[in-house]
Design a protein around this ligand. Structure first.
Ligand SMILES: [Zn+2]
Length: 300
């Protein structure tokens, strides 16, 4: 690899980006698409660093540090704040793109671009069609199917996916040689192949302990056959949004393992997994957590 990305996995994707940069075939807009916590936003910041740093992406200069911290003047971030990106936001972005910059490029990182309203997207498409020279848009999404096809057709799509637990465990071992095998095994399993999540779990023992607790809870939960008891369990976790995400992640993990093991209920598990994915989408749209979970319980 030409640059020091400090990222686990995604070698194919990073090599593609490097090839674009070094061959002068840089797209004016990239869309990094794939599941949450695999490192899409991290990659977008690093790509910005590669483009802006005048010292071969040194990680040390003011530019590199400011981009890493998200406060570089010509690397504008629209972070996912769970709110939609409206027409007014895009207009501000266009104004900023038109202004003269002080850096090599003017880069816009738009996280979770699926938050853009249709009206905003239509306005955004115009600048994508005729971007000011030196402008690069780096968009991320975990829901490429939720984007307008006209948007997708005007960006260079790079797809990211999760990595295998074994691969992750090997990489974690390299990064954290002093940690116990048990911790590494737990973090690589419970992160569901998501590299960003795995590192988070390694760095935050409380989170890892919580994941393990929920893991045990999920096992117990699946043993409950009585619908009333399941509903009351769900009511407990619905009170804490963060716990809901953990619960759904781990439920996904447990069911996927069951599918891989072939416990005879594959069809049922696959159906539930797609319901969990759907529930995740509803939760992103701020639909009542309890309703979403109860609905999910009905399909279990
Ligand atoms: Zn630098």
């Amino acid at each position: 690899m030409k640059y020091n990305w400090s990222i686990i996995g995604h070698e194919k994707q990073l090599k593609q980006i490097e090839a674009d940069v070094s061959s002068g075939n840089l797209a004016h807009a990239y869309l990094l698409a794939g599941p949450n916590s695999v490192g899409k936003h991290t990659v977008s910041r690093k790509l910005a660093g590669i483009l802006q740093c005048e010292n071969n992406f040194c990680h040390k200069c003011k530019t590199c540090i400011q981009i890493q911290q998200g406060n570089h003047i010509d690397t504008v971030e629209l972070r996912d704040n769970k709110e939609s990106i409206k027409l007014g936001d895009v207009k501000k972005l266009v104004e900023r793109a038109m202004m003269t910059g002080q850096s090599r490029y003017k880069i816009f990182l738009i996280q979770s671009v699926e938050r853009m309203t249709v009206e905003a997207t239509n306005s955004f498409l115009k600048i994508l069609e005729e971007p000011p020279a030196g402008t690069v848009f780096i968009l991320t999404t975990n829901n490429i199917r939720g984007l307008l096809p006209t948007l997708v057709s005007r960006v260079r799509v790079i797809k990211f996916s999760s990595v295998s637990a074994t691969y992750l465990a090997d990489k974690l071992k390299e990064l954290y040689p002093d940690r116990s095998d048990a911790t590494i095994r737990q973090a690589s399993l419970l992160s569901l192949g998501k590299t960003g999540k795995a590192i988070h779990l390694m760095e935050n023992p409380d989170s890892l302990a919580n994941y393990l607790k929920v893991y045990n809870d999920v096992q117990n939960f699946l043993r409950i056959k009585n619908r009333v008891d399941r509903f009351s369990y769900v009511e407990d976790i619905a009170a804490d949004q963060r716990q809901v995400d953990v619960f759904l992640n781990i439920l996904t993990h447990v069911l996927r393992s069951k599918v891989l093991e072939g416990d005879g209920n594959t069809e049922k598990h696959v159906k539930t997994l797609s319901k969990i994915e759907e529930a995740g989408m509803f939760l992103k749209k701020n639909i009542n957590v309890r309703l979403v979970l109860e609905n999910l319980m009905l399909s279990l």
